[in-house]
Design a protein around this ligand. Structure first.
Ligand SMILES: [Zn+2]
Length: 258
């Protein structure tokens, strides 16, 4: 009858463990972390057919990319606007730039940006009345035009990539306004901001510059355009702006030339 003596305390301990796991979100975490072989195979096929960045990764990094896509799908709400339909493929596509930009980080989730809205094409911004292709709302929403997102990925060497551009805004906002991000990024961003002032003057006054004129608008656009060029034209960026290139490698903890 000894087992009966232990039954009550064991039950209490078990209930306590189950409750703690639920309270700490461990069940949700385990559900998120679990990815079947079949799903891995599907995601590998999806990204392999569409993203040159993904195809250049080692097998180990491809697996890391896929696991991150699987986790972020549970963490970020991606919604279509103006009748745009979002299924699994659209979600995976939207997340690719997010994963690419933060791939060098251990803490790759930008906690403030839990929602992404996708419009079929250009849309009118309610507060400015202007037509936009994308924006990052400081209240925590990233907005994208699907058509432009596709185009950015189709032409991989023109230094224009809407997905990377808007994700860069979200990353910069996170570094400046929150401490909840990969550690140690702040001084690297400060280096880039310092350098950008001089470079923005050059963009505005020079006939030819690697960056399009829009990068001269302000530091936020400069940073976003720099990120687009970093991934799409790394050879040219390293040649023409080697210091900026080095700063971006330090900030993003990855080097497209390696
Ligand atoms: Zn922008």
């Amino acid at each position: 009858m000894q087992s009966n003596e232990y039954f009550a305390p064991l039950l209490v301990i078990s209930l306590f463990i189950i409750y703690s796991m639920h309270y700490l979100g461990l069940f949700k975490f385990l559900r998120m972390a679990f990815i079947s072989r079949e799903e891995k195979w599907k995601l590998n096929k999806f990204y392999g057919a569409r993203f040159s960045y993904y195809n250049k990764l080692s097998d180990k990094d491809k697996e890391r990319f896929i696991v991150r896509a699987h986790i972020l799908m549970h963490k970020i709400r991606i919604e279509g606007r103006q009748g745009f339909k979002i299924d699994l493929n659209e979600k995976l596509f939207v997340l690719a730039a997010y994963i690419q930009l933060t791939f060098g980080f251990k803490k790759y989730f930008l906690p403030k940006f839990k929602r992404i809205f996708v419009y079929p094409d250009a849309y009118r911004n309610q507060s400015t009345g202007n037509m936009h292709y994308g924006e990052v709302n400081p209240r925590g929403v990233i907005v994208l035009s699907w058509k432009r997102l596709l185009k950015g990925n189709e032409i991989i060497d023109d230094g224009i990539n809407l997905g990377l551009h808007e994700m860069a805004h979200a990353l910069m906002h996170t570094i400046i306004h929150s401490n909840d991000h990969e550690l140690g990024l702040d001084p690297f961003l400060r280096d880039i901001v310092r350098l950008s002032k001089h470079e923005m003057e050059k963009i505005k006054s020079e006939e030819h510059h690697l960056f399009r004129r829009y990068a001269g608008s302000n530091i936020y656009e400069f940073f976003a355009v720099a990120i687009e060029n970093f991934f799409e034209l790394p050879v040219e960026l390293q040649k023409e702006l080697p210091t900026l290139y080095t700063y971006l490698v330090r900030l993003l903890k990855q080097d497209p030339l390696k």
